[in-house]
Design a protein around this ligand. Structure first.
Ligand code: IMP
Ligand code: MG
Length: 184
């Protein structure tokens, strides 16, 4: 009943779904195969970025048939001006030693690129063998720092996206589809 209420509200506030669960499943399978190919015979460490990446993390990990360890990090930006300053606060650090490991960061969306730029450098400084990025969504128009994104689910316009892990004021992460904030 609660979930129905949230969905009803979402229908009122948001335009209708772009990517459905079926489309996301197909994309995760495709990316999973690519990761298997890229790291054939090797071990990988998947690092999910809380909280937005939770659903996408589950999709990717079950589609990668390799020796795998998973971990999570939680990060936040220092206020509004930090998009340009590039300062990121770590709220939950790694519990895994990634020295010499193939690391894949699993993120919900790459917008300015600030968060991932910081995280990639942070993980490289922990002596990872390599650090790749796997994002559900890419918003190239928002980019402020140059960053290589290795695996991309869907490219989106410069709109505010919610659903499938992504929030607006911590809500709508549980919507089983990707949609966007309606603009007047
Ligand atoms: P970046 O550092 O600017 O690339 O932003 C990364 C983070 O900002 C993401 O992990 C999201 O948490 C958040 N974010 C950026 N764009 C959106 C959006 O359209 N909807 C929801 N969250 C967003
Ligand atoms: Mg996030």
């Amino acid at each position: 009943e609660v979930f129905e209420g949230i969905q009803k509200k979402a229908q009122e506030v948001y335009d209708n779904a772009n990517a459905t669960q079926e489309e996301i499943n197909a994309k995760a399978a495709e990316i999973g195969q690519q990761i298997e190919k890229d790291f054939a015979g090797e071990e990988v460490v998947l690092i999910g970025i809380l909280r937005g990446a939770v659903l996408w993390m589950g999709d990717i990990m079950k589609n990668v048939n390799l020796d795998m360890v998973i971990d999570f990090m939680a990060v936040s930006s220092y206020g509004a001006s930090t998009k340009s300053s590039g300062v990121v606060k770590i709220n939950k650090d790694l519990d895994t030693n990634i020295s010499g490991k193939n690391v894949i960061i699993v993120e919900d969306i790459v917008d300015s690129g600030t968060t991932l730029n910081y995280l990639k450098a942070y993980l490289q400084n922990h002596d990872a063998k390599c650090v790749k990025i796997c994002t559900l969504l890419d918003k190239p128009e928002g980019r402020r720092v140059d960053i290589d994104v290795d695996y991309i689910g869907f490219t989106v316009d410069d709109r505010f996206i919610v659903g499938y892990g992504l929030d607006f004021d911590q809500k709508y992460r549980n919507l089983p589809y990707i949609t966007y904030l309606e603009q007047e």
